[in-house]
Design a protein around this ligand. Structure first.
Ligand code: PRX
Length: 652
């Protein structure tokens, strides 16, 4: 573990929005008087009906033996506001002609600059179009779009009329899309003819058509023309986005929403079962996304801010669209991939637009690092002043390269730890206040009360290591699992009753800095994408030749974690390389390319206890090539299977 310390650079210290003692004072106050602290912070938004001081925080995390009804989380609950009005209308006076969204297409020749005034006009029209299609407050709208400005327009148009959007990442399969449509009961899907990635098309409309075979409740499909490729079009059900916009009334009054009205659902993977619909609401979410965006990225009016995530993930929700637009910032949206046309694309784009703040994932940094320094050094990157990292622990080697080669040792790196569930960043440096240690997300944001606990829930003090929980609520926290509050309580509040369990392990050092060590549950993190091992297993066992499957993560140089699948075939099936290929293709089809197994081991038997439970600890060790340290195997029903597993291990 690196112990290097990088103090706050002089330039940042001089212009700091908040310095070290300011951070300490504000942090202390945020924990001592959360209602007072957040009442003040909430004023960064425009409220239609202001919240009253005693409605700022109303939270119970339950406790030992709590029933599901005992867990409730409400913030600003008697206030009303509109998210789109906060992201658009209120900027028209001071920033109408400022660029809201800079768009860089997959092809470097494609770009657009959309001002706040233009974005407001388009969102207003699309909001009216949705109303004309019969979409009402509280209806769920599934969005399956590539990284084009229309994705932000669709999100904001939903927010404007009080519809709940559910974005499904464009890399997901028709099956995954169908599951998410059905789970939230949405009757409308917004998609594009095709997406474009590295010059190749992604058949989004065709995927949607396939998904709708399994989701008969969908009555309306809106199609954005992106490539002009040939698609099927079902009259009556399908509508072109540009036709709707052309016909729509340009004036739309934003509809007041209660602070606790749902804003969006975003599906994410857990230890067990199908992905769950993480539900975020309106007021607290936006206060938290906007405030963290401003403080963590030290955003100023003239910044060009670029987050490379996809809007299909929470990072895209909070830090491409909602946080930046609520703050009146210029946010760059990138359709392509870091290695097309070549591996200097990120740095080219930074120079092209004069990007000042750049936020990406360790997996991208590692893969670009492999391409060598020369490609970076063909660009100037002189505009950069701050770098960010998110999605997985950043190894000190990648951190050092990012700092030295990309940032020319000039730019602090904010390593931001958070989750789909948390709505915004929870543990992070503030660049003008907190010295950095490579690999550590450093200290909690205002209002965040992390604790390290042992397996029994005992709170560990000082420098220690254990599981990470959060002892109290913050406004951006998810409110429920859509349609299944009991699952919400079970998943997050039952392991350590009365506390939010993150699913992450962590270490806290002698300076109180947090070092996230990764998931402690059956979730793996592949290239910063969260994947439930149970989902990959259920895709594998759906294959006609597969009897049983167990999936674990293993360390992977580029992806952080790779997917290692142990597969037991039905009697009489041949364990061939061709079948391995077929299984990989099968999983890609069932879930999407991000779930492709990296290594498959055919296993005649899996290590099970006498009661039939698979001992994943052993499978993880073998996948890590650490079979010398298997621990106690005496409780296995058939200890002999282990010898075969070790002999045929795939990661050597
Ligand atoms: O394990 C942590 C890891 O990503 C998980 C959350 O994944 P997701 O909900 O997809 O959200 C990702 C983007 C916010 C966490 O439980 N993680 C995220 N950021 C970091 C991280 N691990 C270490 N350091 C980080 N900065």
């Amino acid at each position: 573990m690196s112990q290097d310390i990088y103090p706050v650079p002089a330039g940042f210290a001089a212009g700091a929005r908040i310095d070290a003692s300011g951070y300490e004072a504000a942090y202390r106050r945020s924990l001592e008087d959360p209602a007072g602290f957040w009442a003040e912070a909430g004023r960064r938004l425009d409220w239609i009906t202001p919240y009253s001081p005693d409605a700022v925080k109303d939270v119970s995390f339950g406790g030992p033996g709590a029933a599901s009804g005992d867990v409730h989380i409400r913030w600003f609950h008697d206030g009303t506001l509109n998210v789109a009005a906060n992201c658009l209308d209120r900027h028209l006076g001071p920033r109408g002609d400022k660029v809201a969204i800079l768009w860089e297409g997959d092809n470097p020749a494609d770009s657009r600059a959309i001002t706040y005034r233009q974005l407001h006009a388009e969102v207003s029209r699309f909001a009216n179009a949705l109303l004309a299609l019969g979409v009402q407050k509280g209806d769920r709208v599934t969005i399956y779009l590539p990284m084009i400005p229309e994705a932000a327009v669709a999100m904001l148009a939903c927010a404007r009329i009080g519809a709940i959007h559910s974005i499904v990442f464009g890399g997901f399969s028709p099956d995954s899309l169908a599951g998410r449509i059905v789970d939230c009961g949405s009757k409308i899907v917004i998609t594009a003819d095709e997406g474009l990635r590295a010059g190749k098309t992604v058949p989004l409309k065709a995927n949607t058509d396939k998904a709708l075979d399994q989701a008969p409740g969908v009555e309306t499909v809106v199609v954005v023309r992106r490539t002009g490729g040939k698609i099927g079009f079902q009259e009556g059900r399908d509508h072109w986005y540009h036709d709707l916009i052309a016909k729509a009334d340009p004036v739309n009054e934003p509809a007041p929403q209660n602070a606790e009205d749902p804003l969006f659902i975003l599906y994410t993977s857990g230890s067990t079962g199908k992905p769950k619909g993480v539900l975020h609401t309106t007021g607290g979410y936006l206060v938290y996304a906007a405030m963290t965006h401003e403080y963590v990225f030290d955003v100023r009016d003239d910044d060009i801010y670029w987050c490379t995530a996809d809007v299909g993930w929470v990072t895209g929700h909070s830090y491409i669209v909602y946080g930046p637009l609520a703050n009146g910032a210029t946010t760059l949206m990138f359709e392509g991939v870091p290695t097309y046309p070549d591996a200097s694309r990120f740095w080219q784009v930074i120079d092209k637009y004069g990007v000042t703040i750049f936020y990406t994932a360790p997996t991208a940094i590692r893969s670009l690092m492999r391409e060598g320094e020369a490609l970076v050094k063909t660009t100037s990157r002189a505009s950069l002043r701050l770098l960010g990292s998110v999605g997985e622990p950043i190894n000190p080697e990648a951190w050092a390269w990012y700092h030295k080669v990309v940032g020319d040792e000039r730019c602090p790196i904010v390593d931001t730890w958070w989750q789909t569930e948390t709505g915004g960043i929870l543990i992070t440096p503030l660049p003008g206040a907190i010295a950095l240690k490579p690999g550590s997300a450093t200290l909690p944001f205002f209002g965040i009360a992390p604790q390290v606990v042992d397996a029994e829930g005992k709170v560990l003090e000082g420098a220690t290591e254990g599981n990470l929980v959060i002892a109290d609520s913050w406004p951006g926290q998810m409110r429920s699992v859509y349609g299944d509050h009991e699952r919400f309580v079970q998943t997050y509040f039952s392991t350590y009753p009365g506390k939010y369990f993150t699913g992450d392990g962590c270490r806290r050092d002698e300076d109180g800095y947090y070092w996230i060590t990764g998931r402690v549950d059956d979730v793996i993190n592949v290239s910063g994408h969260r994947m439930g091992t149970a989902e990959v297993e259920s895709a594998l066992v759906a294959h006609p030749k597969v009897a049983e499957a167990a999936v674990v993560g293993y360390p992977h140089d580029l992806k952080g974690q790779g997917i290692y699948a142990y597969v037991t075939l039905n009697a009489g099936e041949d364990p061939t390389d061709a079948l391995k290929k077929d299984l990989v293709a099968w999983v890609r089809r069932e879930i999407g390319p991000i779930a492709s197994p990296d290594l498959i081991q055919f296993a005649p038997g899996l290590p099970k206890t006498r009661s039939g439970k698979i001992m994943r600890r052993i499978l993880r060790k073998i996948a890590e090539n650490e079979f010398g340290a298997l621990g106690d195997t005496s409780t296995l029903a058939d200890p002999g299977v282990v010898t075969d597993l070790i002999e045929n291990r795939q990661n050597r």
